[in-house]
Design a protein around this ligand. Structure first.
Ligand code: XMP
Length: 506
């Protein structure tokens, strides 16, 4: 285990991803986590992330200096390097000239971190403060025109640090630098694979649930299907999946999911038709957060009711992923929206949670799913949010609006698939804004709803670009929706990335 101590950088998750790409397991903890917690986890190395502060600011994040005495190798990145320099007696100077963007890096010492790489590299810089002089015992390993200490190390104590960001794609050899640190300094052996992850989780699930029964909320998406497959591998028939039709599903989904699930697994499945119940609760509700809370709470209530019908059901398995955990756990991050499976859960819940994927990123879940042998259309299904179509209708959710949105959404998915783009885009779907505009059809005036086409590309949904769909595809989607969906007379395209927008509209 490598622990990444987070100083609040937007890139911290990327650091974790890169380390895991080197087949080394890592977790992110806040920089001020008690040293006892770190020791208890028994890591083999530490990484200090970047952060937005200056070491000179009052209240700048400071780690407990006892961390340096743990005898663990450390890699400091950006603020992490400045912090290390400052703590160990180096000189950090305040920003006079900020360095931002792609920068030429001169490797002065091609050992360890830079082993096997060119002496002349491109790196991504984003900093104000600069280390002017490294602490006693350190050697300068690289410099740029504006940064005399762009990398430094103390081989004896195994402290390494870089001013630039090896974790971003704009540092082309960045992963190699991280790998060098892991393999040559920490001496990890790249043993963390999806296979070993599955084995470990199977054991943990067995230990956690014992002889009890587990219910698993199944949506048909990759996360919940993977959780089901993993938990089933661990405890077999002690698992029952519950698929709730909340009336906010896409066209044909309730049958499709049941059919595919039955074909892929030999797992008990209970189907609950709760359409009236959910749509009833949503009547008159227009606030996005209230919609999310209502749906989150109702989900759990349905699971509880169903689990009461089983003997000894004490646990609820669900597909919470690492980004949900990090986002809801950081002190400084502003709350953007309540994901139904984290903040949307009611406080008084009778079931305990089983969340074997809570340390994985989406692409890792797909790898686990493939390893577990899930069919490829399950593995590569586009993500669909738990609150479903409710958060794709701004304003009130009604049966009529759901029907309309479902029909338009179906056209989009159909055309995206026909064009061979389904896997290339991260998500592609319809949004209904219930405001009307005038049109003309067959010489008649129409006054009807517009449909928004939203399609994005993304690596992990943390950031996203609007997808540059070919004009012909846009054309077909537009004309089919207007022709095939009564009540719609206009199609508009959402061309906003995330940030500043989010992927879903609510
Ligand atoms: P946003 O809209 O925040 O969405 O950019 C990021 C990703 O998360 C999905 N999403 C959800 N998934 N429960 C889920 O299971 C939710 O409450 C939820 N809200 C958003 C969204 O579809 C996108 O992939």
């Amino acid at each position: 285990l490598i622990i990444v101590l987070d100083f609040g950088a937007q890139y911290t998750q990327l650091i974790a991803r890169r380390i895991r790409e080197c087949h080394t397991y890592c977790e992110i903890l806040p920089y001020d986590v008690p040293i006892e917690t770190i020791k208890a986890r028994n890591p083999v190395g530490l990484v200090f992330s970047g952060g937005p502060s200056s070491v000179y600011e009052a209240g700048a994040p400071r780690i407990d200096k006892a961390i340096y005495d743990l005898g663990l190798p450390i890699l400091g990145i950006c603020y992490g390097m400045q912090s290390m320099a400052n703590d160990l007696g180096g000189v950090v100077s305040m920003a006079t000239l900020k360095e931002f963007g792609k920068t030429r890096l001169d490797v002065l010492d091609p050992t360890v971190m830079f082993e096997g790489l060119n002496r002349d590299l491109i790196c991504w810089m984003s900093h104000g403060d600069t280390v002017e002089a490294p602490p006693p015992g350190f050697t300068i390993a690289a410099a740029t025109d504006n940064c005399p200490v762009a990398a430094m190390y103390d081989a004896e104590r195994r402290f390494y640090a870089v001013q630039f960001h090896p974790e971003v794609v704009h540092t082309p050899w960045g992963t190699e630098i991280i790998r060098n640190f892991l393999e040559k300094v920490v001496e990890t052996h790249g043993l963390w694979t999806m296979e070993s992850f599955i084995e470990q989780q199977v054991q943990l699930v067995r230990d956690q649930v014992g002889e009890n029964q587990v219910v698993c909320g199944l949506s048909g998406g990759i996360d919940s299907c993977t959780v089901a497959a993993l938990v089933h591998k661990a405890i077999g028939s002690q698992l029952t999946c519950i698929f709730v039709n909340h009336g906010l599903l896409r066209k044909g989904e309730e049958d499709d999911v049941r059919r595919k699930f039955a074909a892929a697994f030999n797992i008990n499945l209970i189907y609950v038709d709760a359409v009236e119940r959910f749509v009833g609760k949503l009547a008159g509700v227009t606030d996005p957060e209230r919609k999310r809370k209502i749906i989150g709470e109702e989900f759990v209530r349905v699971f509880e009711e169903e689990s009461l019908k089983l003997t000894n059901a004490k646990f609820l398995a669900q597909g919470t992923l690492y980004p949900d955990v990090i986002e809801s756990g950081t002190k400084s991050a502003a709350k953007i929206k309540t994901h139904h499976n984290v903040g949307g859960l009611p406080e008084n819940m009778n079931l305990k949670l089983v969340e074997p994927l809570r340390y994985l990123f989406k692409d890792e879940v797909r790898a686990v799913a493939e390893e577990l042998g899930l069919p490829s259309d399950m593995v590569w299904r586009q993500p669909f949010p738990g609150p479903g179509l409710a958060i794709r209708i701004t304003g009130e959710v009604t049966m009529e609006r759901l029907h309309l949105l479902r029909s338009a959404d179906w056209v989009i998915i159909d055309e995206i698939k026909r064009a061979g783009l389904y896997r290339k885009v991260w998500q592609s779907f319809a949004v209904l804004i219930p405001t009307k505009s005038v049109g003309v059809m067959g010489d008649q005036r129409t006054y009807a709803y517009p449909i928004v086409l939203r399609a994005v590309t993304s690596e992990d949904a943390m950031t996203a670009e609007w997808a540059r769909l070919p004009y012909e595809v846009l054309e077909r989607i537009s004309s089919r929706i207007v022709n095939e969906v009564p009540g719609v007379n206009r199609v508009v395209l959402d061309i906003t990335s995330k940030p500043p927008a989010t992927i879903e509209w609510e």
